[in-house]
Ligand binder design. Structure first.
Ligand SMILES: C[S@@+](CC[C@H](N)C(=O)[O-])C[C@H]1O[C@@H](n2cnc3c(N)ncnc32)[C@H](O)[C@@H]1O
Ligand code: SF4
Ligand code: SF4
Length: 467
């Protein structure tokens, strides 16, 4: 794996992304220029099967010496995957993103994939969840992904033309039927586009991967940029084909050329006139662990024992928030008055949620460095999907879990809050703030921070007996 030199790293600038996107990419090592060297990612190899056969792919398990997509040393069960996240998050507290990218297709393994995502979401409410798919089953998965707060999805789209698709894919399986040739291409492209449009309509950040295959799709990729940009995707990642005979793929064995640097640059240049380009993707393994440009998967080769009942991992979560705040503010959050606050929001840039309805809180650091987004915390869901759902006990359990989750913040901003949670928060020393309902987050937090500092200064003076 090559390491990323800063000149080669062309992450999109903040100006290219609106506030909402900027909030979602913060602390994501693949998308954020500042997060790139400071936050770590982890792929969970829980998805062995695939519903599509790309002529460039040979999924390999038990392979520790190759660094390319689709290979993995192990296959994990959902339970083992959660135990592994805990192990890695302890050793690498900079971990901010957990993704599923194979070794097959996550959505060809719906049960394993969603079981893993649900468990990780419950046990690690502050981690971003990512998924990388060929898009065939995406229309069926959008609602579940959104409900879990999966904010980043990568869809591999190599062409919009069914005849070109027939040269790239050998076959696909859908609802028990096998398709090939042009017909398979038509089905795949239609479902990819439907899936992407439904995701972007719900505010999920969609990245498009395209494998650049000389003589097959090099001329077709600007069309992919054009239509996918219009469909709301936010970045295009053109990945050079890897095709070696020793990998045993159709393209590797039939001598299909890999693109040279000049072709990669030329295609990225043409597509870059249409849509922001990602140029620092490391084409990571399906079990990659660590900062971008490093792979520590071998260090974590032992499969940990699954734990009987994964609990939210609060003390470590609080430590990680402080560390992430310090990374994001370049040390300024160590300023004496620095604190964390929570904002109940759906959109992220506006205070727009009722405390009791919030499914996530945005955690901000307030310090001499200003108002800086640290991460999000997803609230536990205690709906068990049966008649017991939404009983008073469920509500009480959920509220207790939310108070635990917010125990390290100084204030909670929301649109409205009931009397009971208000009292409870105050008893915990956390200030409920509803006066800035529907206001932009940055302005509201800046005002609160100025007032907070004034209060601290005057209480210091009182403690010292100064008039
Ligand atoms: C292994 S796949 C797993 C996710 C999913 N099945 C998919 O295809 O999007 C991850 C990414 O690696 C890419 N990939 C797989 N084999 C490749 C190869 N030989 N050369 C370049 N990219 C490859 C895929 O196209 C995809 O974008
Ligand atoms: S869809 Fe993904 S996992 Fe399936 S064959 Fe293609 S690259 Fe491999
Ligand atoms: S494969 Fe590319 S996008 Fe995925 S984790 Fe690696 S660098 Fe990030």
């Amino acid at each position: 794996m090559t390491s990323c030199s800063s000149s080669a790293c062309q992450a999109p600038t903040r100006e290219m992304l609106d506030d909402l996107v900027a909030g979602k990419v913060a602390s994501h090592p693949c998308y954020s220029r500042s997060g790139h060297h400071r936050f770590a990612r982890m792929h969970l190899p829980v998805a062995p099967a695939c519903n599509l056969q790309c002529n460039y792919c040979n999924r390999k398990f038990d392979c520790s010496n190759e660094s390319r997509p689709g290979v993995s040393s192990t296959l994990l069960t959902p339970e083992q995957a959660v135990a592994k996240v805990r192990q890695v998050a302890t050793a690498i507290p900079q971990l901010s993103v957990v993704g599923i990218a194979g070794p097959g297709d996550p959505l060809a393994n719906m049960h394993r994939t969603f079981s893993t995502l649900e468990r990780v979401r419950e046990a690690f409410p502050d981690l971003k969840l990512c998924l990388s798919t060929n898009g065939l089953m995406l229309p069926d998965a959008v609602d579940r992904l959104v409900a879990l707060g999966v904010d980043h999805v990568t869809v591999t789209i190599n062409t919009l033309d069914p005849d070109i698709a027939a040269q790239i894919y050998a076959w696909l399986w859908l609802e028990g039927e096998r398709y090939s040739g042009r017909e398979a291409g038509e089905i795949l492209v239609a479902r990819q586009l439907e899936g992407v449009r439904r995701l972007t309509a719900k505010g999920v950040l969609v990245k498009i991967n395209s494998v650049l295959i000389p003589g097959i799709n090099d001329q077709a990729l600007p069309d992919v940029s054009q239509l996918l940009q219009a469909s709301g995707a936010f970045i295009h990642n053109i990945m050079p084909l890897i095709a070696r005979p020793e990998h045993g793929t159709v393209f590797g064995l039939n001598g299909q050329a890999e693109p040279d640097a000049a072709m990669i640059a030329a295609v990225r240049q043409r597509c870059g006139e249409i849509m922001p380009q990602m140029t620092h993707c490391h084409q990571c393994r399906a079990d990659a662990i660590g900062m971008l440009g490093e792979d520590r998967s071998q260090q974590f080769a032992r499969i940990p024992e699954p734990e009987p009942s994964p609990q939210p991992w609060l003390p470590v979560l609080f430590q990680r928030a402080r560390l992430h705040a310090s990374i994001a503010t370049q040390g300024e959050s160590d300023d004496e008055d620095a604190c964390l606050v929570a904002v109940a929001s759906q959109r992220g840039d506006v205070i727009d949620s009722h405390f009791g309805h919030a499914d996530r809180f945005y955690i901000y650091s307030l310090s001499a460095a200003g108002v800086v987004l640290v991460n999000q915390r997803f609230t536990p869901k205690y709906c068990h999907g049966n008649d017991n759902c939404d009983t008073e006990q469920d509500n009480e359990e959920r509220m207790t879990a939310i108070f635990d989750l917010l125990a390290d913040v100084q204030a909670v901003f929301c649109v409205r809050m009931g009397y009971t949670p208000w009292q409870k928060l105050e008893a915990l020393g956390i200030q409920p703030c509803v006066d800035d309902a529907w206001q932009p987050v940055t302005a509201a937090l800046t005002r609160w921070w100025q007032d907070y500092r004034t209060r601290i200064a005057s209480s210091d003076r009182r403690n010292k007996g100064v008039a």
